[in-house]
Write a protein that binds this ligand. Structure first.
Ligand code: PBG
Length: 336
């Protein structure tokens, strides 16, 4: 048999590297990536985070050097997460509103040293509360109290904006917080400060290594934290899209899905439901699982890293927060 009845031979478009490049639909480069950075008090060497190989808690002076390098590698921005001294934590997370706190000081130093690098700050109380929840608890301590928490988040947003943050990123999942934050920013004259809303944030077990990194893992070291009264049920896609669209209606500039890899269906549905740019957060556990398998020699780290990011972009993300940002940018150095 020498004459083929096939009209379509899809393999023609996969025949050579040049053809494959010509028809490539999705590309991930440094310009798509935001690097999350952990910052701590004091000087000395960066402290490694055990469950996140390659990730450290930076002292402020070293963080500035790192930020400069990230900017020169083409990374457009960083997302800051503070490691709070346990002595400064209390049930109300009061340290979050300290104008001389670690976050405002870090933002000021970053914007002075590397003004072109975008700074995203996290709005949530978990780094500052002694119980590790993202907000203030109700009188009986059984749940996070929505409206008092939102009032604090709005003040926190103004504090971060006045320090120079380009975007504030509410990651708390309280109801109505985007509107409260927008209103407070505008009232204080910060019309240009953007809101990256953690719009669909799930109650995920993939945040484990992050909670080790910032020391918010448990209530006084006793039980693991249950955030299911505010973060989304991993079983619910419709509810996730609905909640994300509320953040758009309340004034968010960018909507984020988190975690990313296990929730590509949510990302892809949200892509069709809104015209806003979308972000996705490849979280600590997604990073840790690739690192762990690579350390065992079971997966190729660079290839699975790149494939995981490609999948997130293909599903609809314009911006990806990833702990791999620096590595990817280094791998792209010198490429167009
Ligand atoms: C807290 C916050 C969390 C992450 C970002 N902001 C953890 C949580 O909700 O418990 C997780 C990020 C990661 O796992 O990389 N508001």
């Amino acid at each position: 048999m020498n004459s083929s009845p096939l009209l379509r031979r899809p393999r023609r478009l996969r025949r050579t590297p040049a053809i494959r490049a010509l028809v490539e639909e999705t590309r991930v480069g440094p310009a798509d990536l935001i690097a999350p950075l952990f910052v701590r008090e004091g000087g000395g060497d960066p402290e490694p985070v055990g469950s996140m190989p390659g990730i450290v808690r930076w002292p402020l002076d070293r963080l500035i050097t790192e930020a400069r390098e990230l900017a020169s590698l083409g990374i457009p921005g960083v997302a800051l997460f503070p490691v709070t001294d346990p002595a400064l934590k209390d049930p109300r997370g009061s340290a979050a509103l300290d104008p001389e706190g670690l976050v405002p000081r870090t933002v000021r130093a970053l914007k002075a040293a590397v003004p072109e690098l975008l700074v995203f700050t996290d709005l949530a109380l978990d780094p500052f509360t002694s119980h590790g929840h993202d907000g203030i608890l109700t009188a009986d301590g059984s749940d996070v109290d929505n409206d008092p928490t939102v009032a604090v988040l709005a003040q926190m947003a103004v504090l971060h904006a006045s320090a120079g943050a380009d975007f504030v990123a509410p990651s708390d999942m309280m109801d109505g917080r985007v509107r409260a934050v927008r209103t407070a920013l505008d009232a204080a004259g910060f019309h240009g400060t953007g809101i990256l809303a953690y719009a669909a944030k799930f109650a995920s077990a993939y945040y484990g290594p992050f909670r080790d990194a910032v020391g918010s893992a448990s209530a006084a070291g006793t039980r693991s934290l249950d955030k299911r009264t505010y973060q989304l049920n991993p079983a619910n896609r419709r509810e996730a899209v609905d909640d994300a669209l509320l953040d758009e209606a309340e004034g968010a500039d960018l909507l984020m899905v988190k975690p990313a890899g296990p929730y590509l269906d949510v990302l892809s549905e949200l892509r069709r439901a809104t015209r806003l740019p979308l972000a996705a957060y490849q979280v600590s556990g997604e990073y840790a699982q690739l690192q762990a398998a690579a350390r065992l020699g079971w997966l190729d780290l660079a290839k699975t890293r790149d494939e995981s990011l490609l999948a997130i972009k293909r599903a609809g993300a314009d911006v990806i927060l990833t702990y791999f940002a620096r590595e990817v940018a280094e791998a792209h150095r010198g490429r167009p």
